[in-house]
Design a protein around this ligand. Structure first.
Ligand code: NAG
Ligand code: NAG
Ligand code: NAG
Ligand code: NAG
Length: 959
């Protein structure tokens, strides 16, 4: 995140991101030196941290009898522990479905009335059932799932919902989250995700995330509102072994007293501690390498050395148990005393608590989950797992797994790939991210789960389902896509006897969706956790008040992106890309162009000659115009203006995590307009984010210089098609706007307070008024002034500036808090480029922003109602999501009740208008899609460069 001020930054060492603070390298060997009591020693040698010793032990008399009694007792306690460590973990319930209970349920605040969901279209964890069903649940357990209409006997007080064919899924399971450990709003005082104190070193399996949990994190309810009912909360990924993870249900205050009690949000609340599932978080590659200044060699050695010791201790435990068994059999008191005494003197005793988790890994009692991205790191870890004899449950992030599915399969361990559907490119390890990865892995039989890595905007777990939907559009089958956020993670975690499925005997975690769960903007209407709906029906209804439901769209399976055979593509594109080609496209269902009037409706034909549309009408009407042309036949063609992205750093930074792949950051100490930085001088016109932009129909982007602090520079307008250099039109507009930043992210060395940012802005406008420089132009309104800002109070400061300097052309970029001052923005005629339509309330300055449906109205709905002129942009670490621009527009339009035309304008004409980009309708870029770009599963067929009059993109999708 380029706008993060270094002094203020929390170490971003939870998952894929980069810490902004480096950890001191001054590391000592950690060995406890304090004297240790006999009792502690015995406890430790057997790893008995849960057993409470009777008090009499403290008053041992020196008499021989009592001592030998003491030794016998110790032997028994030890043997009990031996039995425990040799019991395999409980995998499945011993009872059948009908007699299972939900261990989390309690009679005070638990589900107290039977609920019946009637006429449900059910995805049951495996597939979408053919027939509608009725679901009955009580006391937090699903009692029955039966064909709809069958007479079901329920008590008269049962709450019955007739869902009329609405979709229901099991509650979603997120295999990777950091909420509760690092609560929203994120503050440096509450970042308890990585134990990076150098004294502890990079191997810290002995720490447990449960000790960091804050059972009040406001993110929990927001996450649940996205249908995510179960999450694995993991330590961060700074350490080679980061510590133990824990499973939670996203229902705060779910215990008997409705208090914030850590124990009570645990999935396994109500199950004896010794029977609970345990998980270890580990990390490969870049993170531990960077944080501890190791190489991969060092990472591997630290880990192997640790596991060797764990193995040694395990063997000692086993030997002790074996001998203890024999001695008990023999009953020789003297031998037992001698044996117990010698164990008490064992110098390695203190290691047992420290190595408990690692020994648990070797005993198969602790599931291993590894943050690991690259092919060499998978190989290395699989190698280690064989060397020491443990199973890897899942590789997390794993953005290169698609390259080596067979190698991963060959491990024989059925390793789950818990990955991102599209987040990627943000660091070297993530640079090989492939949008088709889910499909590829599935084809090789590798289980795929999508996970959030929740804690910031980019990884907001509320939108977990969107990843499954994206993967489906890239050809992961409907069932597998839905499984990827339900039963696959549940199986990986070995909790698939309770969650991940909607079947009798399972926990009553169920989500009712307003539309097909893999469609754009699918929203939860009810989220039952342990049988209780955590949503407020009134708020849900209000939040969706503007939604116009299009008939049929709701329940249809969303499309997958069309694929074209390589040879057809080559042939078509070769002909189409010839200068002055004449191209006929049939099967166009909808056009969003203004300058070509279309008289007939539906199934149209468009003829383009030298980049100009010469006919756009019924096939008959265009027959003569299309003579001697190349013909492309579409089924569901859509013609759009080329979209314009306001990018994060497109063309200036390729990998956000590595400054050597970018232009650099503006760090100015003076406010001399002669020193202003111009993005146009740093632009490179190709990279992987460009490729993503192209498949989303984005033909132009506006990029501002990268900056930290208040000072930014002047943005430039570039073409994304990769067809031009800066010498022949690759930059369509040299200078677009002057950018500044205001807010927490803009605090820096030069201006260390937000108040000084505001006064500096005022000063710049005052002092340069009438001057012939870039600040002067911003001051007289002849050049747009874009301010990156989130907080509503900071925005009102800007409104005041606009009141005091009415001629300025002030634009807000970001705008998380804009809906809270929407009327004021409308009155001041300040337009907004909103990056916060599906935002996170992750930072203090954004804590009052709106989480969106089903918890609140959407930001776009409020801005639209207030009459604010706004467009949409996608925030992030770099620009990996540019292909989603039309989908984001669709999502915004759904909640705001906007037409398709207005939706397209949010990411084209509105942006042009706000930034004053000079675009004439007659010469604008236009893009032809196969499929509806406002739904999943559309793909660009051709794009035309409106000014140069040629084909600028031809089937940019690659697979
Ligand atoms: C169930 O509990 C809710 C509060 O959680 C209460 O409002 C309701 O009256 C209870 N219903 C019954 C049948 O006890
Ligand atoms: C592998 O794991 C997946 C998901 O966890 C599961 O569905 C599948 O049955 C497993 N396969 C084998 C062979 O165990
Ligand atoms: C649309 O028009 C094309 C060209 O005339 C024709 O081949 C195609 O069958 C039509 N499609 C539909 C759905 O009518
Ligand atoms: C900035 O440049 C202008 C024109 O080149 C010059 O007149 C002016 O003195 C410069 N300003 C400063 C502060 O150097």
């Amino acid at each position: 995140m380029s706008i993060m001020a270094s002094g203020d930054a929390h170490p971003k060492t939870y998952d894929p991101l980069l810490p902004t603070q480096s950890v001191s390298h001054n590391r000592r060997q950690y060995r406890p030196k304090a004297p240790i009591s006999v009792i502690t020693l015995i406890l430790l040698i057997l790893g008995l941290q849960f057993i409470v010793l009777p008090r009499y032990v403290y008053q041992i008399s020196p008499s021989e009898i009592k001592l030998s009694r003491f030794h016998l007792d110790r032997l028994e306690v030890g043997l009990q522990k031996c039995a425990e460590i040799n019991t395999p973990p409980v995998r499945y319930p011993v009872t059948n479905a009908g007699s299972r209970t939900n261990p989390r349920w309690n009679s005070f605040t638990g589900q107290n009335e039977t609920v019946v969901l009637k006429n449900v279209k059910l995805f049951d964890g495996e597939t979408i059932l053919n027939k509608k069903v009725d679901i009955v649940f009580k006391k937090g357990i699903i009692e029955s799932v039966d064909t709809a209409g069958k007479s079901i006997s329920v008590d008269e007080h049962a709450k019955v919902f007739d869902l009329e064919g609405k979709f229901v899924t099991p509650g979603l399971v997120d295999l990777h989250s950091h909420h509760l450990a690092f609560a929203w709003p994120l503050l440096s005082a509450t970042d308890d995700t990585n134990e990076v104190n150098p004294e502890m070193g990079p191997v810290t399996p002995q720490v447990r995330i449960i000790d960091s949990i804050k059972a009040y994190d406001m993110a929990t309810t927001i996450i649940a509102s996205g249908g995510v009912t179960t999450s694995l909360i993991l330590p961060g990924s700074a350490n080679i072994m980061g510590g133990e993870a824990v499973l939670v249900k996203n229902a705060l205050r779910s215990g008997e007293n409705s208090e914030e009690v850590v124990e009570e949000i645990l999935l396994e609340h109500g199950i004896p501690i010794s029977q609970r599932r345990r998980f270890m978080k580990m990390a490969c590659g870049e993170n531990p390498r960077r944080v501890y200044k190791h190489t991969r060699m060092g990472n591997a050695w630290y880990f192997r050395k640790h596991m060797e010791r764990a193995k040694e201790l395990l063997e000692k435990q086993d030997a002790w148990c074996l001998q203890a068994e024999v001695l008990r059999g023999n009953g020789n008191a003297a031998a037992i005393s001698k044996f117990v005494e010698s164990a008490l003197k064992d110098e390695s005793a203190t290691d047992y608590l420290e190595y408990d988790s690692s020994i648990g890994i070797l005993r198969g009692k602790v599931g291993v989950n590894i943050h690991c991205y690259e092919t060499e790191d998978f190989w290395d870890m699989i190698h280690h797992s064989k060397e020491f004899g443990f199973r890897i449950q899942a590789f997390h992030h794993a953005l290169e797994a698609w390259k080596v599915p067979e190698m991963i399969k060959d491990s024989g361990d059925n390793i789950t790939i818990a990955t991102f559907a599209e987040f990627g490119l943000y660091k070297k390890e993530a640079y090989e991210a492939n949008l088709w990865a889910g499909k590829i892995l599935a084809e090789h039989g590798v289980p795929v789960a999508y996970k959030s890595d929740h804690v910031e905007t980019e990884t907001n777990a509320k939108y977990l389902l969107y990843q499954a939907a994206t993967a489906h559009s890239f050809h992961l089958s409907e069932d597998l896509a839905l499984q990827s956020v339900t039963s696959v993670p549940a199986r990986s975690l070995e909790i698939d006897h309770r969650v991940g499925y909607a079947r009798a005997g399972y926990d009553a975690d169920l989500v009712v969706w307003d539309s097909h769960p893999l469609s754009i903007g699918a929203t939860a209407l009810n989220v039952f956790i342990d049988g209780k709906d955590i949503l407020d029906a009134k708020k849900t209804e209000e939040s969706l008040a503007n939604v116009v439901s299009e008939s049929g769209q709701n329940s249809k399976t969303p499309s997958m992106r069309p694929i074209i055979a390589a040879n057809v593509k080559e042939e078509v594109c070769k002909a189409a890309e010839k200068n002055g080609a004449k191209i006929t496209i049939t099967g166009i269902q909808r056009s969003y162009l203004y300058h070509v009037q279309v008289t007939s409706s539906g199934n149209l034909t468009m003829v383009v000659d030298h980049g100009k549309i010469i006919c756009f009408d019924s096939d008959d009407q265009c027959a003569s115009a299309s003579a001697e042309s190349i013909t492309i036949s579409l089924k569901d063609g859509h013609v759009l203006p080329g979209l314009t992205a306001v990018s994060v750093s497109l063309g200036l930074q390729e990998i956000s995590g590595d400054s050597r792949t970018g232009d650099g950051e503006v760090k100015k100490a003076s406010f001399d307009p002669n020193d202003t930085v111009y993005a146009k001088y740093g632009i490179h016109l190709d990279g992987r984010a460009f490729a993503r932009a192209r498949i989303g129909g984005v033909t132009r982007a506006v990029t501002a210089p990268l900056y930290s602090g208040f000072v930014d520079g002047v943005s430039t307008g570039i073409k994304t098609t990769g067809k031009n250099t800066i010498l022949d039109g690759g930059i369509f507009q040299d200078d677009v706007a002057l950018h500044f930043a205001v807010g927490q992210g803009a605090k820096g060395d030069v201006l260390s307070t937000i108040s000084s940012e505001i006064s500096k802005l005022r000063q710049i406008l005052t002092e340069n008024a009438g001057k012939d420089n870039i600040y002067g132009k911003a001051a007289d309104g002849s050049f747009p002034l874009v301010v990156h800002v989130q907080n509503e109070y900071d925005i009102t400061q800007l409104i005041k500036i606009k009141q005091d300097f009415p001629v300025i052309n002030l634009i807000i970029l970001g705008g998380a808090g804009a809906p809270l001052v929407a009327n004021e923005l409308a009155a001041a005629k300040i337009p907004v480029i909103l990056t916060a339509n599906r935002d996170a309330q992750d930072t203090w300055e954004k804590r009052n922003s709106l989480p969106g449906p089903p918890l609140s109205k959407s930001p776009a709905a409020i801005l639209a109602e207030a009459g604010v002129l706004f467009g949409l942009a996608i925030p992030g670490e770099g620009d990996p999501h540019l292909h989603n621009l039309p989908l984001e527009a669709s999502w915004a339009a759904k909640y705001a009740g906007l037409s398709s035309k207005d939706a397209i304008n949010l990411v084209s004409r509105n942006i042009e208008q706000i930034l004053g980009l000079v675009v004439k309708e007659e010469t604008r870029d236009f893009v032809v899609f196969e499929g509806d770009p406002l739904q999943f599963g559309a793909s660009v067929v051709l794009a035309f460069d409106g000014q140069q009059g040629d084909v600028s993109l031809c089937w940019p999708e690659s697979n």
